[in-house]
Write a protein that binds this ligand. Structure first.
Ligand SMILES: [Zn+2]
Length: 309
């Protein structure tokens, strides 16, 4: 089977300023590595243009207007203390969302079995009406709504293994029984949310807070809980909020995962997905700030996607 790799060059024009951890090179090292690996089963695809109404399912209209007006003609503009946009961010933010749309369509049309979107800016901290933590539009949330609306699915699961809690995704789906959101993250830590008590209106939110220093074995044990919840929910489609900043070399957090752990967690999820949703999985890049660790970890993650069947 084939795996889709969705990306475009527009991320290169999303400039966050000198010294910002969410920098252009992050996606470049990932893309360059996949070009070098040249796996024939990797199907390269560009993001899709999409209707604005898709964004409006996820974000308030006022917020979308605010974002659209915030892109500067020149220089940089701050949406919050660490979320920065430049003139080129407009296209990059739309392409990040358009990537998950292209990936979902590709899986649904059987162009490929599963897909990975190599994009920036990331999305999981963006709430219904708030930019936050390098995130502007919540890419994975738009993907989930797209599955519910366009493909009329009733059960979509989002697994968020970024080291930070996806407060934005939780906010957007807190009252939506059709979406199961499960997050493993360092806690207590940025953004502050993500306790076990935050369960969603329909018990559709599961948070797995982990202490700083959590190692591979402890993490993979905790991940069994994620799989247990997926098994029970029986989703029709699984989305990964794929952040690789739980890696031991990541400068922004203190979990101790190795690159190979991202292969392990992906493989275990894929095995389960064969039973519940015919292996339909789309993954989208969130964090990961050590370039070498990010390059290795995304390779491991995509290797597991490619090995499916
Ligand atoms: Zn993160």
């Amino acid at each position: 089977m084939k795996t889709g790799l969705i990306t475009s060059d527009t991320y290169q024009n999303h400039n966050t300023g000198d010294g910002h951890p969410e920098k252009i090179d992050r996606v470049t090292v990932v893309i360059d590595n996949f070009k070098k690996l040249n796996n024939k089963n990797l199907i390269w695809k560009k993001p899709t243009n999409f209707d604005r109404s898709l964004l409006e399912m996820t974000h308030n209209t006022d917020y979308i207007h605010f974002v659209e007006k915030s892109f500067p003609k020149q220089g940089l503009s701050f949406l919050d203390g660490d979320t920065i946009v430049s003139p080129g961010s407009k296209e990059a933010t739309l392409d990040a969302v358009g990537s998950i749309i292209a990936a979902i369509d590709g899986v649904q049309n059987k162009e490929f079995q599963n897909a990975f979107c190599a994009v920036r800016p990331p999305g999981h901290h963006a709430e219904k009406n708030k930019a936050m933590g390098f995130c502007i539009y919540n890419n994975v949330a738009v993907g989930a709504y797209y599955l519910l609306e366009k493909y009329k699915l009733n059960k979509v699961a989002i697994i968020d293994f970024d080291v930070h809690h996806g407060n934005g995704t939780q906010d957007i789906f807190y009252n939506n029984e059709k979406v199961l959101y499960i997050s493993t993250h360092q806690f207590p830590y940025y953004p502050g949310s993500g306790t076990e008590q935050e369960r969603g209106k329909y018990n559709n939110i599961f948070n797995i807070p982990l202490p700083a220093g959590t190692n591979s074995e402890e993490y993979l044990n905790a991940y069994e809980f994620v799989l247990k919840k997926i098994k029970k929910f029986k989703p029709e489609f699984i989305l990964f909020s794929a952040g690789f900043d739980a890696h031991k070399d990541d400068p922004l957090a203190q979990l101790q995962l190795k690159s190979d752990d991202f292969y392990q967690l992906t493989k275990r999820t894929l095995e389960l997905s064969k039973i519940c949703c015919n292996g339909k999985i789309v993954s989208i890049l969130e964090g990961g700030y050590d370039l070498k660790a990010l390059q290795e970890s995304t390779e491991m993650h995509v290797n597991a996607l490619l090995e499916f069947y």
